[in-house]
Design a protein around this ligand. Structure first.
Ligand code: XLS
Ligand code: NI
Ligand code: NI
Length: 441
């Protein structure tokens, strides 16, 4: 590794699995990448990715104060040289954490162009750098994306902007980012509609905006096929922030949108814990629903704060919650192209390079513990057996006939009347199940 990267994290060796007796805080106690759990290695199950934006681009500011991190690669004069220095540090972190993937927005990695031609040139130059580093390190791209929310041109949205010229600029930016993702062998392409929503209905035509958004995604899907990009497009639901209302509100809303605009064949969802909470759902709710609807794609792993109503994007450390999430992920068959992207940021006071390491190491181990717990619960059928028993009536001949559409309302009602049905309520056994989960952690 070259000099600036080595200077930033010091002369550390990659973090290794050392077992639960280890005392070194920079070791994995549970994440043993080669350990086989439920038919796959932990690395194959978890498919961890480090995100570029929070870990290397965010300077530690908040609405009340500026940067606290003072990263050397944010304080140079030549933007392209700074981008290259940032890439050195980023790939050094990937190496130290021994994670298989990374993710980035176009403007995280490359200096933002003053126009689309310059944007294409800058992204291509960073792709040259990334291509070499991917080749050298074996770290792969989980997904790429375009930032269609930070620049002031996007203040009223990108695809949903009232000005079609903004739509056109966004199309230009997505084409560049999608083609870069393909060039770098990315497994998916993500679209988070950060400002695809509204601040006030007083100036908004929702029907137009939804039609624009649907058309935009259809164009992205067409282009994906045209260039032969194999991975799915992933929409990342979020109900608000920065807009008051975002159209990709939650998994259920996104499903309805994809169905209406005939996009289900090409688009799945990238679910984020903090976004689920903002929408009034639990993380496992969003995963279970995406599996039920057949649109589960990938995870942005982080956590919100129960006392704060915004997207705090903290590193996920709650093994109990993660166990329930992994239970649903494994039950659905696990990841295919998706993975666990650390869309999480260290706190404003976590100013040491080591804080970036501790954040990822802790969260990686939390996910590994959750995976082990979830696999054991599935093996013992801790939740699946009681769930199946609860719905067993539906597996009988009459239940199946109803579901298959072989009974009318009148036929069902006539039978219920003739047989004098008097069904008795049964316990939902919630506390028993909560105890079972607790005993599995
Ligand atoms: C913001 C989103 C964003 C996406 C990528 O809340 O989580 O970081 O993951 O654009
Ligand atoms: Ni995210
Ligand atoms: Ni987020």
């Amino acid at each position: 590794m070259n000099a600036p990267a080595t200077r930033f994290f010091g002369a550390l060796e990659p973090i290794r699995f050392q077992g639960t007796d280890a005392t070194d805080p920079l070791s994995y106690r549970w994440y043993d990448k080669n350990r086989v759990v439920a038919g796959r290695t932990m690395a194959e199950h978890l498919r961890f990715a480090v995100c570029y934006w929070h870990s290397f681009c965010w300077p530690g500011g908040d609405p009340f104060g500026g940067e606290t991190f003072l990263r050397p690669w944010m304080h140079g004069v030549d933007p392209m040289e700074m981008a290259k220095a940032k890439a050195d540090v980023a790939f050094d972190l990937f190496r130290l954490l021994d994670v298989p993937f990374f993710t980035f927005h176009d403007v995280d990695a490359a200096p933002e162009g003053a126009n689309l031609a310059e944007q294409a040139k800058n992204v291509a130059a960073i792709c040259d750098v990334f291509e070499k580093k991917i080749e050298e390190t074996g770290v792969k791209l989980l997904w790429g994306t375009a930032n269609l929310f930070s620049h002031r041109r996007y203040m009223a949205g990108a695809a949903t902007n009232p000005d079609p010229e903004v739509f056109a600029y966004a199309a230009g930016q997505v084409r560049i980012a999608l083609e870069a993702t393909k060039r770098l062998g990315g497994a998916n392409y993500v679209l988070w509609g950060g400002r695809e929503g509204y601040e006030t209905l007083l100036n908004t035509d929702m029907k137009r905006e939804l039609d624009q958004f649907g058309r935009f995604l259809a164009m992205v899907a067409e282009h994906k096929h045209k260039i032969g990009f194999d991975g799915p497009l992933l929409i990342e639901p979020k109900p608000r922030e920065p807009t008051k209302h975002q159209y990709d509100f939650d998994v259920a809303t996104v499903y309805g949108f994809l169905e209406r605009y005939d996009l289900l064949a090409d688009v799945k969802v990238n679910i984020e814990q903090n976004h689920a909470l903002l929408a009034g759902h639990s993380f496992e709710h969003e995963v279970m629903l995406a599996n039920a609807l057949g649109i589960f794609g990938s995870i942005d792993i982080n956590r919100g704060d129960a006392l704060l109503g915004w997207d705090t994007d903290q590193f996920a450390m709650d093994v109990g919650e993660l166990t329930l999430v992994f239970h649903e992920i494994l039950k659905g068959g696990g990841f295919t192209t998706g993975g666990m992207n650390f869309d999480a940021k260290i706190r404003r006071q976590s100013i040491d390079p080591a804080d970036l390491l501790h954040a990822h190491v802790g969260s990686i181990d939390a996910c590994a513990r959750a995976l082990l717990n979830a696999a054991a619960m599935l093996e013992k059928r801790t939740l699946t057996a009681p769930r199946e028993a609860r719905y067993a009536g539906w597996d009988g001949a009459e239940g199946q006939a109803i579901l298959a559409g072989k009974r009318s309302l009148a036929e069902v009602a006539d039978r219920a009347t003739a047989e004098g049905l008097d069904p008795q309520p049964r316990s939902g056994r919630q506390e028993f199940l909560e105890g079972e989960v607790m005993r599995s952690l």
